[in-house]
Design a protein around this ligand. Structure first.
Ligand SMILES: CN(C)C(=N)NCCC[C@H](N)C(=O)O
Length: 288
């Protein structure tokens, strides 16, 4: 099994993550808290209340963990394509796989990464939702002191299953949308590249950026539900399950609730995925 795709996926995921984390914090807060009037209001309040550090809450943990998840995604995707088409990453420019194969391999990668991602994403979302400034003296301490404390508290309070809160919504979010992600990337690269040649860096950047936007636009409704289920029982009510969360959110806040965070998700998706794909392709080319 070729392993370089896993390593390239890890490094490219880490680079994309640092770039996108401030956007991600604003998105998570908009989706789960109703105190903000919009993106700018959330950014201003976060900055005033918590300084620039507020935007980077919960980032150290994803660097080590979500980058590993990106490695699972790209590694499984590439190895699934190898199993389906018997072509390695380097052979795929001369013998391009069908879009059906790309979609199936993307869904397989998305499905497997969702289960690795679930506990890490839960901890990230819980930490991002803590609005207490770090250095405040005398105020109430935040519920979680850091990622390890957060994981340990969830484990103690809810058992191992608690760490998989929202995992079902995450799997439903990621399985089809990662198929869409890789199909969009491949399609855009092929449109802009003469047959048999490698796409230029500009093509990879633009195709990666748009693949990120397309997949996140389709992922946003389940992203909202996932974030709410991960926060349920803390600041908001418990839900009976995924369907209950969808129905009660729509009843209380209208259908627009499913598009909360769409603008910030798309603004974040372009640079993050442009950098992720560019570094991934570059590393595989370097090691090829
Ligand atoms: C729509 N979804 C779930 C995705 N496109 N996932 C792939 C993640 C890529 C990058 N780390 C990011 O966070 O955008």
């Amino acid at each position: 099994m070729p392993v370089e795709e896993f390593v390239a996926g890890w490094i490219s995921g880490a680079l994309g993550l640092v770039l996108g984390h401030p956007f991600d914090t604003v998105k998570v807060r908009l989706q789960t808290q109703s105190t903000y009037r919009g993106i700018i209001d959330c950014m201003v309040k976060t900055y005033r209340h918590e300084s620039i550090l507020g935007f980077f809450k919960g980032m150290s943990f994803p660097i080590a963990s979500i980058a590993v998840v990106n490695s699972v995604l790209f590694g499984v995707y590439s190895n699934a394509l190898l199993a389906l088409t018997a072509t390695s990453h380097h052979e795929r420019r001369l013998q391009p796989p069908s879009y059906t194969h790309v979609f199936i391999a993307g869904c397989t990668g998305g499905f497997l990464q969702a289960y690795c991602l679930a506990p890490f994403d839960l901890i990230k979302v819980r930490l991002q939702n803590q609005t207490e400034p770090r250095a405040r003296q005398g105020g109430p301490p935040p519920r979680y002191r850091g990622p390890v404390h957060c994981a340990a508290s969830i484990f103690q309070e809810e058992g191992p299953r608690g760490l998989f809160r929202g995992a079902w919504a995450l799997t439903l979010r990621d399985t089809p949308t990662l198929g869409i992600y890789f199909v969009s990337y491949e399609w855009l690269c092929r449109q802009a590249t003469p047959g048999g040649q490698n796409p230029s860096s500009t093509t990879v950047l633009v195709a990666g950026g748009f693949a990120g936007i397309t997949s996140w636009v389709t992922a946003t409704p389940l992203d909202v539900i996932k974030s709410r289920m991960q926060m349920a029982g803390l600041e908001q009510r418990e839900y009976q399950g995924l369907l209950d969360c969808m129905v009660s959110s729509a009843r209380q806040e209208g259908l627009g609730v499913f598009f909360r965070g769409l603008t910030i998700n798309s603004a974040r998706a372009f640079p993050v995925n442009a950098v992720t794909f560019l570094s991934y392709e570059y590393l595989l080319h370097l090691w090829g």
